[in-house]
Structures are given as C-alpha cells and as structure tokens.
Design a protein around this ligand. Structure first.
Ligand code: GLY
Length: 328
C-alpha cells in the first residue's frame, strides 16, 4: 500500500465515523510566535482544545505538515526526520477513551478499511499514574479487548504524558508500537520491550492523548473545560510499518529522492544520503510555506538545514549545483 492510499484511508475511516476533514495548516503557525513551526497536528487546534468552538464541529481529522528540529542530530538513523506528516483525529469534548482506542486499533489492523497491520506485532503503553493524574486502568481495560494483557505496559509520565511545552492543554496518553524486525519478536516483558524500543526494533506509530489538563509554567494547574482526544500518527513511520521496511528512507515517501541521490554519488555513506534527503525535503516544504533563508528565527532554521545539506552533499562528492535537482 502506497503512502497516498494510507493518507486517503485514514481520512475516509474517520470521516465515516463522523469526523470533518480539515486541511493541513501552514507550517508557519498563525497564532503568534510561541513556536517557529507547527510541530504536531494539535498545535493549530490549541484554542479549540482549550474550549473554543471549532467551526467544523467537535470531531475533526487531518494530515498536518510538521517540522521538528530538536532531534536534528539523530537524522540519518532509521526513524528520525525533521519534516513529517502527522495523521490525527480529534474529539473536542465528544467521544473519549473507549472510541479513541477502538478506532486506533481498527484502523491499524482492519484489512478492509484500515492498514491491515499484524496485531501480533503490536505493543501498547498506558500511563502508570502520578501526583497529577491516576493510573490509567481505564485505557488498560479497553485495550484488553484488542491485544493480550502481557503486551500492555504501564509507563511513567516521561514517556506517556503529552504536552506542547510548559503552557497549554495536556494529558496522559496511550501509545502504539509496531515490531519492524524481519522475524518478529513475539511476546516481550516490559524490560524486553523497552530494550527493543531503544534498538528501534519496535517503533511508535500512534498515540492517543487524553487531553483534560491545563499546564502553566510547567505545572498542572487544573482541568480543561472539556475532555478531549488528540491523536497523532506519524505518516512516515506508519508507511514503514505497512511496507515492511525497517527504516523510513526505504518507503515510497523517500525512494524517489534517495534514488536521485544515488545518481549523484557512488558513496555508500547511507547516513549522509539520508541527511541530504531529509534536509532538502524539509527545506522545500518550509519554503513552500513562504519562509526564505535568513540569519534569525525560521529563516535561520532553513539556512541551517540547507547548510547541512550542502555539507553532507560535499561528503558524498556531489558536483556543485546538484542539490537543485533533489528539490523537485
Ligand atoms: N498527539 C500528540 C502528538 O503526537 O503530537
């Protein structure tokens, strides 16, 4: 299944379940300069998660362009990229854990309407509880209807609490991981699962955040007016799982640009090739949303990406002017 089909299926699946399809917002946030780029599907929706009425209703779905550069040094491994598309569905004070979890599972595993992923390769984490929010036994009980109990792990806020920075809506989440090894890892203890995660043998492909709390200056200060669901599923990683690859650069989202790069170099330095592919792709999307290279803010991020792409294309022995051809 190609990436285009995956996007279409995601939107159609949730549209059928009462969600309104909304377009991706620009990479450049509209609501002030608190972040340089949209880093998650929920970011343009923050006012609505905080209680404002959305003109399209209280069930929304989209595929949002995102840029995250905090892990820029990790790009070149199997799963990190600086530009990605996030598939997401939202309940603004409408359905909650039961439907969110059921639909996540159905979309991932249904052959007819979803992705037909192998349920025996799925692992799930849920929030173990802390002073801010109780242990999420509710999510655990719901998940037990779909995956075996010993594949559901309780995890701390470090991994299973989601917020955008120190201010705004947040909450505990449940996360879905997929085994991308060739033979399959089978049942794992919590320690084995954590080790597999470190080795990128299992990758996170989706999270459902149960957004009910408000954070101010890094502290939870109360509840939101409504209980919301905010889900996020990284398209690149999902495509990797569906296409049976162990890295995002071998999926149809990247093979055209990786193929072009191979025309310009005989080097076997895969890391450098991946960095060039990622950084040019991100630069193109940033420029398409109106940013030009400069010495500060967004323009500086773009300049840095281009500079790194040039540096690594030098490592690969590209002739000057070659990067131009990758933009297309
Ligand atoms: N659903 C929150 C995120 O992954 O960005």
């Amino acid at each position: 299944m190609q990436s285009d089909e995956i996007r279409k299926r995601f939107l159609a699946f949730f549209e059928k379940r009462g969600h309104k399809i909304i377009p991706s917002a620009s990479l450049v946030p509209e609501n002030g300069p608190s972040v340089l780029f949209n880093t998650a599907g929920m970011q343009p929706l923050v006012p609505y998660l905080m209680g404002q009425k959305h003109p399209s209703g209280n069930r929304l779905v989209n595929v949002q362009k995102c840029v995250r550069t905090q892990d820029i040094d990790e790009v070149g491994d199997n799963t990190h990229d600086t530009f990605f598309e996030m598939m997401g569905n939202w309940s603004l004070g409408d359905y909650f854990k039961e439907d969110a979890i059921k639909w996540s599972f159905e979309f991932l595993t249904s052959k007819e309407e979803g992705l037909g992923l192998d349920k025996n390769r799925l692992y799930v984490t849920v929030f173990e509880g802390d002073e801010n929010s109780p242990k999420d036994t509710e999510a655990f009980e719901i998940w037990k209807n779909f995956v075996s109990e010993d594949r559901i792990y309780f995890m701390s806020a470090k991994s299973n609490w989601w917020s955008v920075g120190d201010n705004g809506p947040c909450g505990p989440d449940t996360e879905m991981f997929y085994d991308v090894t060739e033979k399959g890892l089978g049942d794992l203890t919590k320690e084995q699962y954590m080790e597999a995660d470190n080795k990128q043998q299992v990758v996170e492909i989706w999270n459902d955040v149960f957004m009910q709390y408000l954070k101010k200056d890094g502290k939870i200060v109360g509840r939101l007016p409504t209980q919301n669901v905010d889900t996020g599923s990284g398209l690149e990683r999902v495509v990797m799982a569906v296409q049976g690859k162990d890295n995002i650069f071998d999926t149809d989202l990247f093979t055209p640009i990786m193929g072009k790069i191979s025309e310009f170099t005989t080097s076997s330095n895969d890391r450098a090739k991946r960095i060039v592919a990622d950084h040019i792709r991100t630069s193109v999307f940033i420029m398409a949303d109106g940013v030009i290279p400069s010495g500060s803010g967004r323009g500086y991020i773009l300049r840095r990406l281009l500079r790194r792409a040039i540096r690594f294309s030098d490592v690969l022995g590209f002739k000057p002017g070659s990067l131009f051809w990758l933009a297309e």
